[in-house]
Design a protein around this ligand. Structure first.
Ligand code: PRP
Ligand code: ADE
Length: 177
């Protein structure tokens, strides 16, 4: 029995064939954000999921760019902080870096060394899991700062690409294609 809210959200996610490269079926989550009642349903579901975890979360970690849409609003609802993982060259100060590949390219992620401290319990948030390269890289950064990853959480999972096999921690998704 799927939550009616999940069906409502799924209906307004738009598909684009061959974007940004031939062979990729792009799932666009922005129409959900444009519709305030749908966006509220989505953020409520994400917050309910995090509240159902057996341990209390200290920090929400969001992945640039689309993890920045969902991460802060969830963190605020939970009354905890939000920390960004950014593409290389965007964050100031002392950084930790990791290279990764994703469904349609390669990139580098960075986090500030002191943004998450040893032993803090985090949930890593992004919009979508495809090949899992992006989420795996975020987990490697969490290992380097010695954070405890309670859950990796995405709105959309593209199950055909088996991305969750690459993710070393608990992997959760609301909507599966
Ligand atoms: C997209 C998406 C995920 C990632 C998933 O980000 O938002 O972060 O790809 O792909 P993967 O599971 O194959 O690694 P993208 O790098 O396109 O950047 P954006 O969020 O800045 O649009
Ligand atoms: N990021 C990686 N693969 C994607 C896809 N198929 N749709 C939207 N975002 C993505």
């Amino acid at each position: 029995t799927t939550d009616k809210r999940i069906e409502d959200i799924k209906k307004i996610i738009r598909d684009y064939q061959d974007f940004p490269k031939p062979g990729v079926l792009f799932r666009d989550v922005f129409p959900v954000v444009k519709d305030p009642s749908c966006f509220k349903k989505l953020t409520d579901l994400l917050v309910e999921h995090i509240n159902s975890l057996p341990e209390k979360v200290d920090v929400i970690v969001g992945l640039e760019s689309r993890g920045f849409i969902f991460g802060p609003i969830i963190a605020q609802a939970l009354n905890i902080g939000f920390v960004p993982v950014r593409k290389a060259g965007k964050l100031p100060g002392e950084l930790i870096q990791v290279e990764y590949s994703l469904e349609y390219g390669k990139d580098k992620f960075e986090i500030q060394k002191d943004a998450v401290t040893e032993g803090q319990k985090v949930v890593v948030v992004d919009d979508l899991l495809a090949t899992g390269g992006t989420m795996k890289a975020a987990c490697q950064l969490m290992d380097k700062v010695k954070a405890k990853v309670l859950d990796c959480l995405v709105v959309i999972e593209l199950t055909d690409l088996n991305g969750r096999q690459k993710v070393p921690y608990q992997m959760s998704s609301l909507i599966k294609y």
